[in-house]
Design a protein around this ligand. Structure first.
Ligand code: WT7
Length: 650
């Protein structure tokens, strides 16, 4: 089955009748938002609680090289107070966080807004007691437990900047992030249970500190396992919390004061520290959470992402809590104890909005309908996807078996850099087409540029690179410690625009279809991976002289990691070494970067000036030999035939 732009699924009249936004309202609000952003966002900004109201709304320019982005710049607020304190009078006893543990037989936790307030306030004081002050960086390397959310919010409460590092990252990756942001504290846990196995977080953090030097650590006891504490460096979370006061007034923060840093991969160099600030970010994630998922008071919202990714920041923690929602946090994996776990959790907690990634849907689809059909999924109202384009097979399976044809599917396109959804249907307003992220959210002005000329394509039907013409409040503000890199990465290729790095097509109805990255970034199970990062991990091995990494189509992951490796002269090309290199990359970066394929490449296709022709390597990995293009500029065209002859089976 291929994508068909003629296959259109409008929401049911019953859904539209109860939705916040219908088609006409979307058109009206969208027009208002782009015709007068100042007025639109000035009004929306009032949905937050301000300690000192803003008088300025938008002060942004994409003009190269003077890029500068400020929203609500003279306003003062506290993000944690917006996510907690302001709800206490109206919903203090409502559950803020439902926590579902990895082990289905262990009890779930229900944390009310009042309890959240107490825990976050105490932790704020614990952080202060450890010497953390406004502007300091705190790295979080945590399991999916409520303490991860407490830690994010406690940082926000006292004005510290958190940087969450995904628990699947290696000690090396953790160390480089601790170093890059000069973290003053690391918050971790002894171990992270996932799928019945424990990831040794504390042991990994110990190893990281052998690389980057000791940093004080606050350690949550999740399993009671893991290594011992290092005297003078490590502190027990439980011990310090037991003595902490619950009186921790929220720190007044400028709207443009940093809230968090989140590292993400790019096409070159080491991961960038994407910096988000307080006011605009919180407004943008709360508004998108409310409208994109059509969230109503009392609904149970579940985003299956890990808090180590931006999806977890925006749609497990900040967006839902700013809206006074009940947000579900799941510690486990979709396939443990079996491929029915997601649906068992939906049934158990009566989930109303469910948000996951196409790769998870494909994996579960592959296990068969017997894992989903027995569950009562009648509470579901809206389904969402994020991370990569969803293929029509997976879309239909999701729609039929999970949504029972009743639930609009919102395919949300966005990025770590964008803070929240940019292209997405509003479920009561925009008929969906399987595989399309449909239309822009309020205030978002997408344009399609011709990749070569950089000219805006103004016809409705268009194909090219996806850029944004103007700023939205959730946009990243800079790369931490390297504003020049920010300007160069996003604003220098196409002057005057924000360049997303994605290609796209706009159809005759003005719907956007993402065609994938146009740079050297690949998307593995919805996780962004710089091919350069995998290459540098490979060449760090003493037997490797050169490596080139590309993506190739993978039935479950979307893209798999295909590596071409040249060994040092005299080294033997063996299967054992191939496996050793896979494990090596896994150790250097983390399990998500484990190569799927390593093809030995005694020679790589290079131009006469020595540049590796990745275009050709991509084609070979994609099994598309008829289409190699011009190979005459290669220094030695015969290497291409060798690579084709020895292509790995995928
Ligand atoms: C890249 C951003 C934003 C949270 C998840 C990943 C791809 C994301 C979609 C979608 C097609 C998508 C893009 C984008 N992507 N959502 N709905 N349809 N592609 O965040 O790691 O910052 O990756 O993910 O290529 O540029 P990220």
């Amino acid at each position: 089955m291929t994508h068909s732009e003629n296959e259109v699924y409008p929401p049911s009249p019953e859904f539209v009748a109860q939705a916040h936004i219908d088609g006409a309202k979307y058109e009206e609000m969208y027009a208002a938002s782009v015709n007068d952003p100042e007025a639109f966002w000035g009004e929306q900004g009032k949905t937050l609680d301000w300690i000192k109201p803003y008088t300025k709304v938008k002060n942004t320019t994409f003009e190269y090289p003077n890029v500068s982005i400020k929203w609500f710049e003279d306003g003062v607020l506290n993000v944690a107070a917006n996510c907690i304190d302001r709800h206490l009078d109206t919903r203090g006893d409502q559950t803020a966080i439902i926590w579902e543990p990895d082990d289905p037989n262990a009890p779930a936790r229900h944390i009310t807004y009042r309890e959240l307030h107490e825990q976050v306030s105490k932790l704020g004081n614990v952080l202060k007691g450890l010497g953390i002050a406004k502007g300091d960086r705190v790295v979080l390397y945590m399991p999916m437990i409520p303490e991860a959310a407490f830690a994010m919010l406690a940082c926000a409460r006292i004005g510290a900047i958190h940087s969450v590092v995904f628990g699947g990252f290696s000690p090396d990756a953790l160390a480089s992030r601790i170093e890059d942001c000069s973290a003053k504290l690391v918050i971790t846990a002894d171990e992270a249970p996932r799928g019945g196995r424990n990831t040794p977080l504390k042991a990994n953090a110990d190893k990281a500190m052998e690389i980057c030097g000791d940093v004080p650590m606050l350690v949550v006891s999740r399993t009671g396992g893991g290594p011992g504490m290092k005297e003078g460096r490590d502190h027990s979370y439980e011990a310090l919390m037991a003595e902490a006061s619950a009186d921790c007034p929220p720190e007044p923060m400028g709207a443009e004061d940093p809230l968090f840093i989140l590292y993400t991969s790019g096409s070159t160099g080491k991961p960038k520290g994407v910096l988000h600030t307080s006011g605009g970010y919180l407004l943008y994630v709360s508004l998108t959470h409310k409208y994109v998922f059509d969230y109503h008071d009392g609904d149970i919202f579940w985003c299956t992402a890990d808090v180590g990714w931006v999806t977890g920041h925006s749609y497990i923690v900040y967006g839902p809590l700013a809206n006074g929602a009940t947000t579900l946090m799941f510690e486990g994996v979709p396939t443990y104890p079996d491929a029915g776990r997601f649906w068992a959790v939906c049934e158990k907690h009566k989930v109303n909005q469910f948000y996951t990634a196409p790769t998870a849907i494909r994996a579960l689809m592959g296990q068969g309908p017997q894992f989903v059909d027995p569950y009562d999924l009648s509470s579901l109202k809206v389904l969402g996807t994020v991370g990569e384009p969803i293929n029509p097979e997976a879309w239909h399976w999701y729609n039929d078996h999970v949504g029972k044809g009743r639930c609009p599917i919102v395919d949300t396109w966005w990025q770590t850099e964008t803070g929240g959804h940019l292209l997405t249907p509003l479920p009561g307003a925009i008929p969906t087409k399987p595989g399309s992220a449909t239309k822009p959210f309020f205030g978002v002005q997408p344009v399609v540029l011709d990749a070569q000329s950089g000219e805006e394509i103004t016809t409705t039907e268009a194909e090219g690179v996806l850029c944004m013409k103007d700023s939205w409040p959730g946009q990243m503000r800079t790369v931490f410690g390297d504003h020049e890199r920010f300007v160069k990465t996003y604003f220098s290729d196409y002057k005057g625009y924000y360049f997303s790095g994605d290609g796209c097509r706009r159809d005759a109805d003005g719907y956007y279809w993402i065609t994938g990255r146009v740079d050297d970034v690949i998307n593995v199970s919805g996780h962004r991976m710089g091919t350069a990062e995998v290459e540098s991990a490979l060449v760090a091995h003493p037997k490797v002289s050169e490596a080139a990494v590309v993506g190739y189509p993978h039935p479950v992951k979307g893209q798999g990691i295909y590596c071409y490796v040249t060994l040092m002269a005299g080294e033997e090309y063996t299967d054992e070494l191939r496996e050793e290199l896979r494990q090596w990359v896994r150790k250097e970066i983390g399990p998500i970067a484990t190569p799927d394929v390593i093809q030995w490449a005694p020679g790589l296709p290079k131009t006469r000036s020595g540049k590796i022709m990745r275009r050709i390597l991509r084609k070979i990995a994609e099994n598309d030999f008829g289409n190699l293009g011009d190979t005459s500029t290669l220094a030695d065209p015969s290497v291409v035939d060798d690579l084709i002859a020895n292509r790995a089976n995928t």
